[in-house]
Write a protein that binds this ligand. Structure first.
Ligand code: SF4
Length: 424
């Protein structure tokens, strides 16, 4: 969602005549689009902001703007800690970014705008996409779940869906503009439509988008395990363009920890969902997010996490060490886990997942797989890099005219994070 928002900010400012630069020393405006989901991201942001103090002294007309989730939650703290900041704008105020910047240009006074609710859907704003072939398409913004460790419902607000017709017409115009692949976005895509239609319409939306001519691949993220319906699994299984990849964050394997996290599923019900997915969608890839060191997590609880990882056999996982976020219930829990225990559990988890990722990739050796070619490998100019429908990276030697086209590739080598193939 943060990447998508950055593309909209770039689009908005480009219509006012601004151009993007990667050279900070010549930038007239520097925008931080911040993420508050983990402490590490927040610390890095404040470090980077502090580093700009000297530059701002040298070039007082340079404008520093801060948006995103940290801005939404820490408005006063940002000005207090960094008086050299000129603009603070919340997650719901992106549409006004250009006028906020213009107001600073005219008055040289710092401004702050933070709304509690979304007024203008960012999808109505212009966009400068990072890749011509791919677009992020938000379908629902916000979250009603209040997992006890998570700051998102406080920074992004409650769920607000877009009407089906609005999404379909945006996707059609993206396709007319050269987009071949879309990723539907939502903190919980499975909730899509509940606030408008009184029930989830995610499966129906997938089926409708599957019919859009010229579109090649439909991806989506993220699915809350408690809300993934059989209807959605069926839509993925039967869809022609809907990619066979589900990101299903498990977070933990112990029922005690899942309850303390307010995840509203159990280890058993989660594994039932996983089995339904594997049975219904041949060749599907399953990925997840897992957290270690949640307050009160015992060694036994952690062994449950390792057990669910063994049983679910994820293709890959984003693994995290719990970091307390101010304003959440988990940050106030007393039984916090010592850093050394968290890092030991983290290492054991990563080792197990890496073994499984490699095993699952080895199963693909010898298969012929359709790859959408995204570009040239950063490490070797003679090598093309692309993705399977299941979101695995495949590198292979091939001609440049295949870029942004599909190619059939025979998988020759498996690694933990990628595959190596041969063009057929
Ligand atoms: S479902 Fe839970 S983890 Fe995901 S955004 Fe909502 S509160 Fe955060």
């Amino acid at each position: 969602m943060n990447k998508h928002d950055s593309e909209r900010m770039a689009g908005l400012l480009s219509t006012r005549g601004y151009e993007q630069t990667s050279d900070m020393a010549s930038a007239e405006i520097i925008i931080f689009n911040t993420c508050a989901v983990r402490g590490h991201a927040e610390d890095r942001f404040f470090g980077n902001l502090n580093n700009l103090r000297r530059e701002k002294k040298k070039r007082p007309n340079m404008i520093i703007a801060v948006g995103g989730c940290i801005a939404q939650k820490e408005r006063d703290f940002i000005f207090e800690k960094a008086p050299h900041v000129d603009v603070v704008f919340g997650t719901h105020n992106m549409a006004n970014l250009a006028s906020l910047i213009e107001s600073v240009e005219l008055s040289r006074q710092a401004v702050c705008e933070i709304a509690d609710k979304i007024e203008v859907m960012p999808t109505s704003l212009p966009s400068v996409r990072e890749h011509a072939y791919h677009a992020w398409v938000p379908i629902i913004i916000g979250c009603n779940n209040f997992c006890t460790y998570c700051i998102v419902p406080y920074t992004r607000g409650r769920e607000v869906s877009r009407p089906v017709d609005d999404i379909i017409s945006e996707v059609k115009s993206l396709v007319a503009d050269g987009v071949q692949e879309i990723t539907l976005l939502g903190q919980n895509v499975n909730s899509y439509g509940r606030d408008i239609y009184g029930e989830s319409r995610f499966a129906a939306l997938l089926r409708a988008l599957d019919k859009v001519e010229g579109l090649r691949r439909i991806r989506f993220t993220t699915s809350h395990p408690k809300d993934l319906s059989d209807d959605t699994i069926d839509a993925i299984a039967s869809g022609e363009k809907i990619c066979e990849h589900i990101h299903l964050p498990v977070q933990a394997g112990s029922n005690k920890v899942l309850k303390a996290m307010n995840r509203k599923y159990t280890k058993e019900s989660y594994l039932e969902t996983v089995n339904r997915i594997y049975d219904a969608i041949p060749g599907v890839s399953l990925t997840t997010d897992i957290m270690v060191g949640f307050p009160g997590e015992t060694e036994e609880d952690f062994l449950d996490t390792l057990d669910i990882v063994e049983k679910a056999r994820y293709d890959s996982a984003f693994t995290f060490i719990f970091s307390p976020r101010d304003g959440t219930l988990a940050a106030k829990m007393e039984n916090q886990i010592p850093a050394s225990v968290k890092s030991d559990r983290f290492d054991r988890l990563v080792e197990l997942q890496n073994r499984i990722s490699l095993e699952k990739n080895i199963e693909l050796v010898g298969r012929n797989i359709e790859v959408f070619v995204e570009g040239i490998s950063k490490k070797n100019k003679n090598v093309l890099t692309g993705r399977t429908r299941t979101n695995k990276i495949v590198n292979f030697v091939g001609p440049e005219y295949l870029i942004h086209k599909e190619a059939m590739v025979k998988i020759k080598e498996a690694h933990t994070w990628y595959l190596v193939g041969e063009l057929l």
